[in-house]
Write a protein that binds this ligand. Structure first.
Ligand code: UT7
Length: 338
């Protein structure tokens, strides 16, 4: 009986795209009853980027994906699976945004589909890429996290409109025989009993588009902010501690803790619970706000482009979002340093 060489999944490259237009707290002060002081104190956000009217989620995802493929030293023909994590797809029913991203990148005749796990989408997608590669079914997976969150935000609702931004990030996950490059572990979980904490009530089979939907603004994101906040801190702290313990890795040895960028206070609380030093914690929430599934890959791209993320560096990812969903991952960066 022959034994095939085992395939491990490795994180080969990162890319991102940030739309040009900036929406500052001062701009929001003119739109709703809020203040720069409140937003900075409660969230850490100073500004966020907003896609152009004619810029779709797939446009941003394709740009991030192109960069990631180039930085992996690959071509479109090398990619054999495209995953797009998003809750603001180009079209809510079909086709999937992953199909459109593939077409824009010239990736032909390969499996492509979307992952719907809100802010946890990118880490969920990494777990899918890992499984496809470890099973030997695929060799080079393009994982995109892209959101035009501004398309589902009600800019008269001060409790949500200050939080979210648009953007995209992407990574190439490739097969390797080298165990040192391999993903260490991913935990991903969900609890649908909290579905009403973060929800866009329409359009969908519960509320198909109707005049009532429009009149009541059911197409916009609704969030139980404070309840979500408390559960996020509790769940993330427990989850991140568990993944470290399970793999016998101590928090102080992780050079890059890359949390989902929803709120500086959540990041700080989890970082403090792990006794993380400031230099370990990656922060982009002040300049991008919460970009949902794009948040973690955009943050990884930031540290790569600033030269902080080096080949072989261990990353600890953690995220929490609508569903509710949450996930954490331990993996080395296996791409080239800048
Ligand atoms: O990414 C997916 C996961 N999402 C999250 O993790 C988000 C989690 N939640 C949060 O980040 C925070 O809950 C928020 C930033 C959304 C809100 O902060 P909070 O400390 O939980 O505030 P709160 O909702 O308890 O509201 C406190 C007060 C309220 O006024 P009263 O009732 O005390 O008079 C709000 O009406 O702040 C008021 N408020 C605002 N004031 C000025 C809410 N939004 C605003 C605003 N500007 N934009």
């Amino acid at each position: 009986m022959s034994h095939a060489t085992p395939h491990y999944a490795s994180f080969r490259s990162i890319g991102a795209y940030v739309p040009e237009k900036v929406l500052t707290n001062a701009d929001l002060e003119k739109m709703v009853d809020t203040s720069d002081e409140w937003i900075v104190k409660r969230t850490g956000i100073k500004e966020r980027h907003i896609a152009a009217d004619d810029e779709a989620t797939s446009d941003m995802g394709a740009k991030a994906g192109q960069t990631a493929i180039e930085r992996a030293g690959l071509n479109a023909e090398d990619i054999d699976l495209v995953l797009c994590a998003t809750v603001t797809p180009d079209y809510f029913n079909m086709p999937s945004t992953a199909c459109i991203v593939s077409d824009k990148l010239g990736i032909k005749n390969v499996q492509a589909f979307d992952i719907s796990a809100a802010c946890s989408g990118f880490v969920y997608a990494l777990s899918v890429a890992k499984a496809f590669i470890e099973s030997g079914m695929k060799r080079n997976v393009l994982v995109v996290g892209a959101e035009k969150f501004s398309s589902i935000v009600d800019y008269t609702d001060r409790t949500t409109c200050i939080l979210f931004g648009d953007g995209a990030g992407a990574a190439v996950i490739s097969a390797t025989e080298n165990k040192d490059e391999a993903f260490v572990d991913i935990h991903a979980s969900a609890d649908g009993s909290y579905a009403d904490f973060l929800v866009t009530p329409a359009p969908g089979s519960v509320n198909p588009v109707s005049q009532k939907v429009i009149d009541e603004g059911l197409q916009y994101v609704q969030m139980k902010g404070n309840e979500t906040f408390k559960l996020a801190v509790k769940t993330l702290t427990k989850d991140v501690k568990e993944i470290l313990e399970k793999n016998n890795i101590s928090a102080e040895t992780i050079p890059h803790f890359v949390p989902h960028q929803a709120n500086y206070r959540i990041i700080k609380a989890v970082g403090d619970a792990l006794k993380m030093r400031e230099d370990q914690v990656v922060l982009t929430v002040h300049k991008y706000g919460n970009t949902s599934a794009a948040s973690i890959p955009m943050a990884i791209n930031d540290i790569w482009e600033s030269g902080r993320l080096r080949q072989g560096d261990m990353m600890l990812l953690d995220t929490f979002g609508g569903g509710l969903t949450w996930a954490s991952a331990l993996l080395p960066f296996a791409g080239k340093s800048l």
